[in-house]
Design a protein around this ligand. Structure first.
Ligand code: BGC
Length: 754
């Protein structure tokens, strides 16, 4: 490639493709959104796209806790890409949920980096199994929509490493996406699109990323700095604007040609690979994909409440069944923005309920509110009337379309006032009330006590209506669990004081304590905890065993037994958390380290086995600048959700990366005692302060009243506390020069073994 060709290659050819270079036999690749369906523009109207299967959105799919399901959905997306001659899908997204108000929460998996990371990896594996590239986005720290293009996410390194980067590290290492999309925002002041630390040091050098980095659409500010940092492709294309800047920078020696070559080569490798995997005659079966979309939604619905086993409804029983709420006929099934799919078909819950209801069921319907969420006295009156004339009422409420979208955050935590009113009014008349929620992220539920049953149906995609019917009638036993905590009040949420920041600065003040980590440490009772979800059957947990296995990759081996103690076959999501006893640094109470979904017939038991790598038990240590596992005792907690972990077993682990840190002048006397070679010098250093001796003398006095002794001891305790935290470079002063700097240097040299 000539310099001009290379510079041209660094920017897109319009909105959705890379430049082709026929002279060199370099084809162009086509990319499109993402993440839960294909949005390939049809024609020049940017709002029009080809028909494609709209799968459930990420917050719904995540509630399945089922990587194999995500892989199947990913593969179906890959097939639809092939059929539409798309080489790269712009998804999945794996930003985290700091606040329920995040406008794009519906597009993201979880508040937990392990759960989100494993599901993102599965999604990528699925897409890429069809010869299509996946794009992991938006890297990194893009947790809000407000001022998303320029705002700085200000986060300390430990929090980044353990939470926000971790969500990307897992899928990059486990699934090698062909592309990573850098986010719009700045990270600690530096635009991610020009940040060599996140794009090159961490992503490529530390994690071994092999694909190319594409900018989010319009994230490029300084193109030359971007290339230097490791950003390969600018999207959408800027024609000569940035191309010429690159050429000028090379000519002036501001950009090394090697850096441009490297950026072009990384992009070229993926372009060639994806172009070669094209399947020009590929087709997909929309009926099969619709069926998969229904199955995926059904696996992900979360039964939040089910008093007196009101659900499932018996489709063969004589019953007057009222269906209330416009969402039952006009589903809320996906969010707004770049992920908006033009579905191949759209099922509504009402039709699917009527298909499954036997001839004995008399179905009635009332709209309740308009699609925008508002009601009228006439609509309310009609709903009351229909509810009164029913044996059971199903009421559909949630967040209207205008409440949740890319581009802006939610302005409040509630479903519309008129939806709440409807719940309250219908509940007064109808004791057998089931509320079905359609929303992409958690909502407040001040009305929760009123209905007997609540089903969280999320934004379930084009077949979500069928999945709801399947669960309501018990054709599918609900098995989804929350991948995000549902709080009682917005004020209880981790980022409440800081979300969404101000004047282009967002301080991630809650640090590590995102999601359940926050509710745990502050002992805040959530409405529904992370990992929560009911079933039509019951499960019992027993017989935990845990042992430490030392090997070249040491691990903790855990076994538990789970039994279906109810009368229906069902699936249980078994969750394993780890708590470190006596950590030497502040840590979350517990963290999710593994999970498994098991299918059990009534009465059946299964042994569930986990192997937790010892390395994953640790934390990011800012002093050693790496992950560290303290030697000590760790509690392994296993159960059905983050607040109910009946099985506990402690194991002692050896620890990793615990080499003592070298001491220096700033180290304290207490660090000297802790250092294995420091002990021998401790007394010398202590005596050199000239302070410790005075106490000793006082305590040696023979005749002393109890009061005098207590006073001396009190003074001694305080002085010893002072001395133990005295930096070594202060000893010289206290010694009035008797202990010189040279002596200290010599001791340090001996301790550090230099
Ligand atoms: C969104 C991305 C999307 C891109 C292309 C951006 O505004 O943030 O998620 O992939 O547009 O549509």
């Amino acid at each position: 490639m000539t310099l001009k060709e290379k510079a041209t290659f660094m920017t897109g050819d319009g909105w959705w493709k890379t430049y082709a270079f026929p002279r060199l036999g370099v084809p162009s690749i086509f990319m499109t959104d993402g993440p839960h369906g294909l949005r390939k523009a049809s024609g020049s109207d940017i709002t029009a796209s080809v028909p494609a299967t709209c799968f459930p959105t990420a917050s719904c799919l995540a509630s399945s806790w089922d990587p194999s399901l995500l892989e199947q959905v990913g593969a179906a997306l890959g097939r639809e890409c092939q059929a539409n001659d798309v080489q790269l899908l712009l998804g999945p997204g794996n930003n985290l949920k700091r606040s329920p108000l995040g406008g794009r929460n519906f597009e993201y998996f979880s508040e937990d980096p392990l759960l989100g990371g494993k599901l993102a990896a599965a999604h990528i594996r699925g897409v890429q199994s069809e010869g299509v590239g996946a794009t992991l986005k938006h890297y990194v720290a893009n947790e809000q929509e407000y001022e998303r293009i320029a705002s700085s996410s200000n986060i300390d390194e430990r929090t980044l490493r353990e939470i926000y980067l971790r969500a990307f590290e897992i899928p990059v290492k486990e699934a090698q996406p062909d592309a990573v999309m850098c986010s719009y925002n700045r990270l600690n002041g530096v635009p991610v699109s020009e940040d060599p630390w996140s794009l090159d040091q961490v992503l490529r050098k530390e994690w071994g990323f092999q694909g190319f980095v594409v900018s989010d659409w319009g994230a490029v500010r300084d193109r030359v700095k971007g290339i230097q940092a490791g950003l390969n492709l600018e999207m959408p294309g800027s024609k000569a604007y940035n191309r010429d800047k690159i050429i000028r920078a090379v000519k002036k020696g501001q950009l090394k040609i090697q850096q441009l070559n490297e950026a072009a080569a990384q992009l070229l490798a993926v372009v060639l690979k994806l172009a070669q995997s094209r399947k020009p005659f590929a087709t997909f079966d929309p009926v099969v994909h619709h069926r998969l979309a229904r199955q995926a939604a059904a696996e992900s619905l979360v039964l939040l409440k089910n008093e007196k086993n009101l659900l499932p409804l018996n489709p063969a029983k004589k019953m007057r069944l009222a269906v209330l709420g416009a969402f039952a006929k006009e589903s809320r099934y996906q969010g707004g923005g770049s992920s908006q799919v033009n579905p191949t078909r759209l099922d509504c819950a009402y039709d699917e309920i009527s298909k499954l209801a036997g001839p004995q069921i008399r179905l009635s319907y009332a709209e309740g509110y308009r699609f925008d969420g508002s009601t009228t006295p006439a609509l309310l009156a009609e709903s009351r009337k229909v509810a009164r004339q029913s044996d059971v009422s199903l009421l559909f409420v949630g967040l209207p379309d205008s409440y949740e979208s890319e581009g802006f955050d939610r302005s409040n935590f509630d479903i519309p006032k008129d939806h709440q009113k409807l719940v309250e009014e219908v509940a007064k008349i109808q004791p057998n009330l089931v509320v079905v929620l359609m929303n992409g992220s958690s909502v407040s539920m001040p009305w929760l006590k009123k209905p007997k049953a609540v089903l969280e149906a999320w934004l379930g995609g084009q077949a979500g209506g069928g999945a709801i019917a399947d669960v309501l009638f018990g054709l599918v036993n609900p098995c989804g669990k929350l991948a995000e905590t549902f709080p009682k009040r917005l004020e209880d949420t981790p980022a409440y004081p800081e979300f969404p920041g101000k004047n282009l600065e967002t301080h991630y003040g809650e640090g590590l304590y995102v999601g359940y980590r926050h509710y745990d440490i502050r002992k805040i009772e959530p409405l529904f905890p992370f990992g929560y979800g009911l079933s039509y059957t019951t499960f019992a947990y027993s017989q935990i065993k845990a042992s430490y296995k030392s090997s070249s990759t040491p691990s903790v081996h855990v076994e538990v037994t789970v039994k279906n103690t109810g009368k229906k076959a069902g699936k249980e999501i078994v969750q394993l958390y780890v708590h470190e006893q006596n950590p030497e640094t502040p840590r979350p109470e517990k963290e999710l380290k593994a999970f498994a979904k098991v299918y059990l017939q009534p009465g059946e038991s299964k042994k569930v086995v986990f192997d937790i790598p010892e390395a994953s038990l640790g934390y990011w240590d800012n002093l050693i600048h790496g992950r560290k596992v303290n030697p000590g005792v760790y509690d392994i907690l296993v159960g059905p959700n983050s607040r109910h972990l009946p099985l506990v077993k402690s194991v002692r682990v050896k620890g990793l990366n615990n080499r003592p840190l070298p001491l220096n002048e700033k180290s304290m006397l207490k660090d000297v005692i802790r250092h294995p070679k420091g002990n021998a010098y401790y007394q010398t250093l202590l005596q050199a302060t000239g302070l410790a001796g005075a106490i000793g003398k006082g305590l040696k006095k023979e005749k002393m009243s109890a009061r005098e002794r207590a006073d001396i001891e009190k003074a001694a305790r305080s002085l010893m506390a002072f001395l133990s935290e005295l930096p070594l470079d202060r000893i010289g002063g206290f010694s009035e020069g008797k202990f010189g700097d040279d002596q200290l240097r010599k001791i340090l040299k001996n301790i550090n073994g230099l």
